[in-house]
Design a protein around this ligand. Structure first.
Ligand SMILES: [Mn+2]
Length: 264
């Protein structure tokens, strides 16, 4: 697919996306047709620094602090695992920030999908509805890809529709927050960057990187530095929404401690 319409990233991405040319990484053929149509491939070699950011949920101030600390320039790329919107204080501000920056892109989260499919109506987001509609479901770069929820390891990737990729958490799904989780079973070959499941600390394994550290719940906003292979985070400035502890996963055996960074 072409980069999202109205995206500031559209220009910067020119020549930096890449065709399905047989090099390693996710191919359109690996995906269900409806997902392949919404698969954006980026050229990993066309960018210097690459960061992947967890669920923002309208936490614009924390996102600004994170971006200010990372200080990306036009040759750096900032990707998001979706759920830019809802629950937090400034969903529209977050979408505008991501839309208007020249080097930022997000996959669709389940909360964007609720807007796309008219399951919820938020008039404040009407001015950015076209941009939200245009967000890809899968974004691949190098031998990694981003998807909001995860991969259902009970079936081939090519049989999984967008809703499944946006909402997968436990396997089987009815296990909810008790697990085991899809990333306990996923063996690649690609590495999957994901959000959707609030974590006490980011999950980093060979084939999965979980970045939703529950900023809107008073946790932190986390970014993975693709080149340095480390995670950095800024703390939430407030608890915008409360959440029961059992719905924030603590998985010490696969979690890493992010480096806290402060906005100078
Ligand atoms: Mn979320």
């Amino acid at each position: 697919m072409v980069p999202p319409t109205g995206s500031g990233a559209g220009l910067a991405l020119e020549g930096r996306s890449r065709p399905d040319d047989g090099r390693p990484g996710l191919r359109d053929d690996d995906l269900a047709p409806e997902v392949a149509e919404r698969h954006l491939r980026l050229d990993v070699d066309a960018w210097e620094e690459i960061y992947v950011v967890g669920d923002v949920h309208g936490c614009r101030r924390e996102l600004e602090a994170l971006l200010s600390a990372l200080d990306p320039d036009e040759d750096d790329l900032v990707l998001f695992v979706g759920d830019l919107v809802r629950k937090g204080p400034d969903s529209r501000g977050v979408v505008e920030l991501v839309r208007d920056a020249p080097n930022t892109l997000s996959v669709r989260g389940n909360n964007e999908a609720k807007l796309v499919h008219d399951r919820v109506d938020l008039p404040e987001l009407d001015p950015v509805a076209d941009y939200i509609d245009s967000m890809p479901v899968v974004l691949s770069i190098g031998e990694s890809f981003l998807v909001h929820g995860g991969v259902d390891t009970r079936m081939p990737l090519a049989e999984q529709g967008a809703e499944r990729l946006l909402n997968t958490r436990a396997i089987p799904p009815e296990n909810g927050y008790d697990g085991p989780f899809w990333f306990d079973h996923w063996e690649g070959p690609q590495r999957v960057f994901f959000g959707h499941t609030p974590l006490e600390a980011p999950v980093v394994t060979e084939h999965a990187v979980g970045l939703d550290t529950g900023c809107v719940y008073g946790g932190s906003l986390t970014a993975y530095d693709y080149r340095a292979e480390e995670v950095v985070s800024v703390p939430a400035l407030e608890t915008y929404q409360s959440r029961p502890d059992r719905k924030v996963l603590d998985l010490p055996e696969v979690q890493v401690d992010p480096t806290p960074i402060l906005d100078e």
